[in-house]
Design a protein around this ligand. Structure first.
Ligand code: AR6
Length: 173
């Protein structure tokens, strides 16, 4: 179960699926979400709009994931997940963040895909501190994939500092 840390623009990666750190509406936003929608083209927004809404305006509850094609992206698919907004850490944030990684990998498997790249979910606009978020990313990917050597995971930082934090988390046991 290889896990790699890379520093890159996730929209450039030709993997089976890139993960989007979205908001519950799945209708786009700033940060990596905005970058993915721009690079994927307008068909991505149309595909997101077409997803069912379990409650008004919510296509993906926090901690869950949904899959669409990648359209104009080099990646075949986008797995949209909604990370928790950081409210100090005692409002279920760690469990919800772990749930994002778990659900994304479960969708990857369900669609018989093999390679996936994750951005640092919740670490931008949603304010999750980078070090604990990186430890959760590594631990939840390891836990979910312990029995699956076929899946290849890239943890994709957008800055050298986030890359260093992810590499540190990966080196801890
Ligand atoms: N490639 C890889 N990582 C990126 C890229 C990129 N092109 N662009 C940004 N990042 P954020 P969140 C990093 O704010 O905190 C949106 O408006 C970024 O440096 O994108 O989960 C949504 O619509 C940071 O480390 O996502 C939601 O409203 C990480 O991606 C909200 O923001 C996540 O930052 C979600 O907030």
């Amino acid at each position: 179960m290889p896990i790699h840390v890379i520093t890159a623009d996730i929209t450039r990666l030709g993997v089976d699926a890139i993960v989007n750190a979205a908001q519950p509406s799945l209708l786009g936003g700033g940060g990596v979400d905005g970058a993915i929608h721009r690079a994927a083209g307008p068909r991505l927004l149309a595909a997101c709009r077409a997803l069912p809404q379990p409650s008004p305006g919510v296509r993906c509850p926090t901690g869950e994931a949904r899959i669409t094609p990648g359209f104009d992206l080099p990646a075949q698919h986008v797995i949209h997940t909604v990370g928790p907004v950081w409210h100090g850490g005692s409002h279920g944030e760690p469990d919800l963040l772990a749930s994002c990684y778990r659900h994304a990998l479960q969708l990857l498997r369900a669609h018989r895909l093999r390679t996936i790249a994750f951005p640092a979910i919740s670490c931008g606009v949603y304010g999750y501190p980078a070090e604990p978020a990186a430890r959760i990313a590594v631990a939840s990917v390891r836990a979910e994939l312990a029995d699956d050597p076929a899946i290849e995971v890239q943890l994709c930082a957008f800055s050298e500092s986030m890359g260093a934090i992810l590499r540190q988390a990966l080196s801890e046991d």
